[in-house]
Structures are given as C-alpha cells and as structure tokens.
Design a protein around this ligand. Sequence first.
Ligand SMILES: [Zn+2]
Length: 215
Amino acid sequence: MMSNTVVHGLKAILSGGADFITFEENKPMTLLFIDWHDNLVGVREHYEKSLIPSYIRCPGHKICPLCKKNPGKYPAMRIKFRVYDPLENKIKFISLAKTHIKKLNDDFTLQGVDPTKVLVTIFRKGKGIAETSYKACRYIVDHTGAEPKLAVPSRELMKNLPDILPQITPHSPDEIAGFMQATITGNAGLGDKGNQNPQKHGLFQKLYTPRTCNG
Ligand SMILES: [Zn+2]
C-alpha cells in the first residue's frame, strides 16, 4: 500500500508532499504517463524560495496574499501530472510549463505514440527557464543487456495511485498567510528582534547553530 500521509526526502517536502521529477541534462528518463490527454490539469503557481513549501498554488489574484504583496509578479502556469518511473517502480509527479507540454505532445503526435500506453523517454536540453527544451521519443528496449529492461507498471500499482488532487488544488489565502507568517516568525526567532526571552533564545542558538557553517 502506498501512503499519502508520509513524505520522504527533502525535495519532496519542499515541493509540498509529492515526489516531483526534476529532469537533468544528459540524464534521460523513461516513464509511462498516467495523466495526459483530457486528464491534464494546469494550476498557477508562485515560487518563493524562502517559504515552506516553496511552490505555492495561487487561489486567484484578488484573494492571494502573495499576489497582494507583489502585484507585478504573476504566478506561472504549471501543468501537473503523474508518471510511472519503472527504474524505481514508483509513481512520481511532473510539473511543467505549457510550452514544454506542447513540445512533448508534438513529439508524441509526430511519432504516433500514446505516452499513457507505451513507455517514453524524455530528454532535457539546456538549463534555466529560457534555454530549457525537452524532447520525447518512444522507449527503445535495450537488447544488449547493458541497461535494465523497463516495463509498464503492474495492475496492483495502478490501483494504488497517489492522489493528484493535493498537487493541483490551490492553497487557501489563510494557508498562504500562514506560510508567510511562519517565515517571518522563524526569522525573528533567530535574529535580535522579537527576542522575548533572552535565556531561551541563547539556548536555542547554542543548540542549532551549526559549528562549521559560515552563514
Ligand atoms: Zn497568487
């Protein structure tokens, strides 16, 4: 049984609970797409490095505290979907911009491939938002034995898919205000301001200041 309540790994925790794939250059990944076609969902998302979680799904410009704080900075549209990673035998999540989704879809269409039926390999080229491009092609089974033979997920695994709803539901204004407040409070606790209890504060510093870290 897969659990929806336990989160493993720093990356997963910072991204808000799910195992998101980050494609890297020269590291193609072979996957089976689970949500595609009519099941794709896009959501507007803020990226705020200092907040936990860092990716905040926008509830709408008029009610969103992050939009209010920074009216000129629009959240980016991100398409979210689940995929199967046969190397790890695990369901993971992908979050991509619309332009990249379009490119992948064009590749699939050109090759007559349905990524929900056969394994596909995704290649990333370039770093940064502007330079990044993706390429997709049908997975070619390696008959030399040099690579593991990859297969589509078992029926059992497909029956226990992690819910995508938490990844596409916008955060509420209250939740977002809470994330922002938590950051402010966290910083205040470590600095000189907002120091209500000097003794307790000193102990906290002693316990949590890493000895080898320079800031
Ligand atoms: Zn917003």
